[in-house]
Design a protein around this ligand. Structure first.
Ligand code: GTR
Length: 442
């Protein structure tokens, strides 16, 4: 059922020219428009009037009534619209090559084997290489795995000094980077987000990659990284539809999966793709476009991720396109302050993962990402999951209201929780993902 809201719209994004960008915190620029700052709306009573585009009605107006119609008509239609209007169209899969860089037989207190494997995407001079950091449980054959991009380099995941220090361009962070390159103090700084021992103890492998190995996270008109590597392949894609960085990172995840399907210690048919924040938007798009991912986890992904854009609460399309013009394709700019004109919304992105398992997580202190909008997107994708023969969010029908904090709704094929705390990835989040993965990947 589409949700209709009748309250009047309160415009929050002034149409004045952008005159100043001041980066107050990493990744959280404060934008100044003329004299006025962007002020996010957090008031439910002030959300604009909207009607969600239906997941189960085709462009020609027919109601989708069977799994076959979904697979043959509606799913491809939605993939095409999201590609053309939101994330951009990526080139077809290209060839990869790989090389083992290092092996440590006694990682994680002797419980895991840790390897570094370089995967090169494309060929020749323009190719680009990403380094996979892989932990597999010792004595296991073909483990299920979590595959996730990281923000600060593989060396930030674990303090182990033998992990190579990434030397690609990195957003500056006080203390851990020098002139946009990681320094030695960056070792292990993100380890609280990657509880490797917890995963290994439960029989899962972890594969992680620095996202900047695939595409550096700044606006350069798509000249470097994966965009450069596949420039020829992307040539025929119309300009406004060219793939943004999120589509580039998602493409990299698919190429990493191409490699994992060949890895002797990992079961490529049981890989969960995971991501936080902008990388949670990425994991959703990777899961939507690549049906080999058996489970998709989006942690605090917000605008352009799991949150319904039409609610325009917290971060909006206009704001995200202004702060990060390189994340989406240029067609997406049309929907700045004009969400209702967008032919898709984010519940349809989650629907594209059906019938495979998906888990969306929010945090109470992350209103910028609109926790309620993330929850509603799960509820709205539930009918597609049920049409495809799964139990959706579980029980006979999806819950009517967001669950209280720290009480996951995760019995079904769509999992959701709202964690107490800030925009982050914590042990609580991973405990839920592991429980869910134990049910869906084993
Ligand atoms: C914020 C951005 C969010 C989220 C976050 C992150 O600045 O507004 O959409 O992606 O960055 O990725 O850390």
């Amino acid at each position: 059922m589409p949700i209709l809201h009748s309250q009047g719209r309160v415009s929050q994004l002034p149409c004045l020219a952008l005159t100043g960008v001041c980066f107050a915190l990493f990744g959280l620029p404060t934008l100044t428009f003329g004299q006025t700052k962007f002020v996010a709306n957090y008031d439910e009573a002030k959300i604009p009037e909207y009607e969600l585009p239906p997941a189960l009605v085709t462009k020609s107006g027919s109601v989708v009534q069977s799994a076959k119609q979904w697979k043959q008509i509606r799913r491809p239609e939605l993939i095409q619209i999201f590609s053309e209007q939101v994330y951009g169209t990526a080139p077809k899969a290209c060839s990869i090559s790989h090389e083992l860089i290092s092996t440590k037989m006694d990682a994680v207190n002797g419980k895991a084997i840790r390897r570094e494997v370089d995967v090169t995407v494309g060929e020749g001079e323009a190719s680009t290489t990403m380094r996979l950091l892989i932990y597999t449980p010792k004595n296991a054959v073909k483990s299920p795995a979590f595959l996730g991009l990281n923000f600060q380099g593989n060396h930030s995941v674990d303090p182990d000094p033998s992990i190579s220090l990434n030397q690609n361009w990195m957003r500056n962070r006080q203390g851990t980077t020098t002139d946009n390159k990681a320094n030695e103090s960056a070792r292990g700084v993100a380890s609280s987000r990657w509880p490797v021992a917890m995963m290994i103890d439960q029989g899962f492998a972890l594969v992680t990659i620095y996202y900047g190995d695939i595409d550096p996270d700044f606006d350069d008109q798509f000249e470097n990284g994966i965009h450069r590597a596949l420039r020829t392949e992307a040539k025929s894609i119309p300009k406004k539809e060219k793939w943004g960085s999120i589509a580039g990172w998602a493409y990299g995840l698919s190429r990493a999966l191409d490699y994992l399907e060949m890895d002797s210690m990992i079961d490529g048919s049981r890989v969960a793709v995971f991501g936080h924040s902008r990388l949670g938007k990425t994991s959703l798009w990777a899961g939507a476009t690549d049906e080999r991912f058996k489970l998709v986890i989006s942690n605090n992904s917000g605008c352009g991720g799991a949150a319904i854009s039409r609610r325009a609460i917290g971060e909006t399309i206009g704001r995200i396109n202004t702060s990060f013009p390189h994340w989406f394709c240029d067609n997406y700019l049309q929907y700045n302050e004009n969400e209702n004109a967008c032919p898709v919304d984010q519940h349809q992105l989650i629907s594209l993962i059906a019938p495979r398992a998906v888990y969306v997580a929010s945090a109470t202190g992350d209103q910028w990402a609109d926790p309620k909008g993330e929850f509603l997107a799960c509820v709205e994708s539930d009918p597609v999951y049920r049409l495809l023969g799964t139990d959706g969010m579980g029980d006979k029908a999806p819950p009517q209201t967001s669950p209280p904090a720290d009480q996951p709704v995760a019995k079904g094929t769509i999992g959701y929780h709202l964690r107490t705390g800030k925009h982050d990835v914590t042990d609580f989040d991973w405990m839920q993902y592991l429980k869910f993965a134990n049910r869906h990947l084993k």
